[in-house]
Write a protein that binds this ligand. Structure first.
Ligand code: PEP
Length: 249
């Protein structure tokens, strides 16, 4: 069974003082022994967060990266730069990147490749819209997003990803997928991974994201194919975030 992972995605929120608060609280926290924790903070906070998290169990992540290694790409940030300031993970294909910034499957694949090239772990985000779910196409869409990336990778590269299922209709809406709805998609993802290779299905961390909170995390995380959570809003409050971490143990 994969190691549980709780990853906080601050999006474009937070402050330097919140970084310090999290560093202190995570250093003092008595976290479950079988748990990985990650914090995805905005670019300007990465270096401070790297220092603040140094004495904790949490690792550092970024929220996106350029598909280019370097050059005249004003405003972009490369994977190398993220590594240099201490990030080890990076979100790729978050639904806000897909919908607000027009990142399609090929843009997502290019970023996954860049992340792998520089040794970052891509947290590949997948999820269907409400319309797609209501049309009965939720699973097909999610599996299609997975295949758009995994089909193009080498077998060895597929083993270096974390997958996050985040139904678009549940992100930031307060509306959570039921444990049964989430489990059904996670089981489908696990089956698809097994078709690439059994070892991949067994070891890949499958996170659920979408309004995961302190009061609903335990039942989601109890599902057999949910290995952790990608937490947005509730990752900005240290007590809520720690409570979710405790639920994963
Ligand atoms: C997210 O940003 O990945 C997310 C799941 O957000 P929220 O928990 O706020 O729905």
């Amino acid at each position: 069974m994969p190691m549980p992972l709780i990853a906080g995605n601050w999006k474009m929120n937070g402050s330097l003082s919140l970084v310090e608060t999290f560093g202190q609280a995570l250093a003092d926290a008595d976290l479950p022994s079988r748990l990985e924790v990650a914090l995805m903070v905005p670019f300007p906070y990465l270096e401070s967060a790297s220092r603040a998290l140094a004495g904790t169990r949490a690792v550092l992540g970024a929220q996106t990266l350029s598909d280019q290694p370097a050059g005249a790409f004003t405003g972009e940030v490369s994977g190398e730069m993220l590594r240099e300031v201490g990030a080890t993970l990076v979100l790729v294909g978050h639904s806000e990147r897909r919908t607000l910034f027009g990142e399609d499957d090929s843009a997502v694949l290019a970023r996954v490749r860049r992340a792998l090239e520089v040794g970052l772990t891509p947290v590949l985000c997948l999820g269907e819209t409400l319309e797609e779910r209501d049309d009965g196409r939720g699973e097909t869409v999610v599996i299609g997003q997975l295949e758009a990336v995994l089909d193009a990778l080498e077998a060895e590269q597929r083993h270096r990803l974390v997958i996050a299922y985040e139904p678009v209709w549940a992100i930031g809406t307060g509306r959570t997928a039921t444990p049964e709805q989430a489990q059904a998609i996670h089981a489908a993802l696990r089956r698809r991974l097994a078709a690439y290779d059994d070892g991949l299905a067994e070891k890949t961390q499958l996170l659920y994201g979408g309004s995961m909170k302190a009061d609903n995390a335990a039942e989601l995380l109890a599902q057999p194919d949910i290995d952790g959570g990608l937490v947005g809003g509730a990752s900005l409050k240290i007590d809520d975030f720690l409570a979710i971490c405790q639920s994963a143990g």
